[in-house]
Design a protein around this ligand. Structure first.
Ligand code: GDP
Length: 312
């Protein structure tokens, strides 16, 4: 990518897309194009056709997706598979038709089998049964990887797929029911502190383990990969460290400054027992994450407070 290359970030208002946007601006890129979901409905083939035809981007970051936490994935199962399949099919196909030089597709660590050996290597894809709570989303994301590979094989398109672990950071979604675990806990524990509640509910048993990566670290890795990596298949992007949901909740408690008790609501699903990704492929390209989890949670909490001042 040259500094003046025309780069389209699909999903620039989301947590991942906005981190990529910040990174490109910081690196001096001057020709970035974005559209809000009011301006273009990426599920609509005609709108995507018109947009690519008139804008002709040279590079595409495909970070637009319907995303959410375990409950949202499990509840809106049709929306998660349909919307993600439509968005990625439209963007990947029209990137091919308009000779996009390179496209990066964002997947997720939930594409791997539920009981995959840990840490999870890229070649464990499609070796076992998926976690049921997010199977529709995972199937859509696996289709995205296969779309990139198929267009590469048949039409020589340089379309690459990256698999980030559980992400957190600025511009996250703090919806009480639909958010991912980290922003959901930041919000709930903050509310408990403000309301002087003696205890906070954490979903599930607290024993599942998750790996977290700060969105700006992800953007940094993606920037490097967009310059240097041109392979079929997928590449994991993680921090290499995981912790239990119980330990995560305790860490959020410390950052927020809440001294009440944690209670576990075992009527809520646990999801996959563990999903720690193997980062060897990325490490061999010389990349390491920078943000420590406690510092990243502190930054996210400050961002939450500034954007949601009335939550109580
Ligand atoms: P996942 O990593 O795809 O399973 O998705 P999440 O980010 O939603 O994380 C889910 C894990 O965190 C499960 O083990 C949940 O039981 C646990 N968890 C604990 N409290 C919460 C909460 O308030 N919201 C969410 N989404 N998950 C929670």
């Amino acid at each position: 990518m040259e500094k003046h290359s025309k780069i389209y970030i699909a999903g620039h208002r989301g947590m991942v897309g906005s981190a990529v946007h910040r990174k490109l601006i910081a690196e001096g890129f001057t020709n970035i194009i974005t559209r809000t979901s009011q301006e273009i409905d990426l599920r609509n083939q005609k709108e995507v056709f018109d947009f690519f035809n008139s804008e002709k981007p040279e590079y595409v970051f495909l970070a637009a997706a319907k995303v959410g936490g375990i409950l949202a994935n499990n509840t809106f199962r049709a929306d998660f598979i349909y919307e993600n399949l439509m968005i990625e099919s439209n963007i990947i196909h029209h990137s091919y038709l308009n000779q996009v030089k390179k496209l990066m597709f964002f997947g997720s660590s939930c594409i791997y089998p539920r009981m995959a050996p840990q840490p999870i290597k890229e070649d464990y894809l499609l070796t076992g049964v998926l976690e049921d709570t997010n199977e529709p989303y995972a199937i859509a994301k696996i289709a995205g990887i296969k779309l990139c590979d198929a267009y590469r094989a048949q039409y020589k398109c340089n379309f690459i797929s990256v698999m980030p672990t559980n992400m957190y950071g600025l511009n996250d979604n703090y919806h009480p029911q639909n958010a991912h675990v980290l922003p959901a806990l930041i919000r709930r524990i903050h509310e408990a502190k403000i309301n002087h509640t003696s205890e906070v509910m954490v979903w599930g048993s607290g024993s599942p383990r998750r790996e977290f990566l700060y969105a700006d670290d992800l953007a940094d890795a993606c920037f490097m990969l967009m310059q240097n990596y041109n392979e079929p298949g997928l590449i994991n992007i993680g921090s290499g460290v995981d912790l239990s949901i119980k330990d995560l909740a305790q860490l959020v408690k410390r950052v927020v400054g809440f001294d009440g008790e944690l209670k576990f609501d075992t009527t809520k699903p646990d999801g996959t027992p563990r999903k720690l990704m193997d980062n060897t492929k990325l490490k061999n390209l010389g990349w390491e994450p920078k943000m420590k989890l406690d510092e990243g949670i502190e930054k996210s909490y400050q961002d939450f407070l500034s954007k949601h001042p009335n939550v109580n």
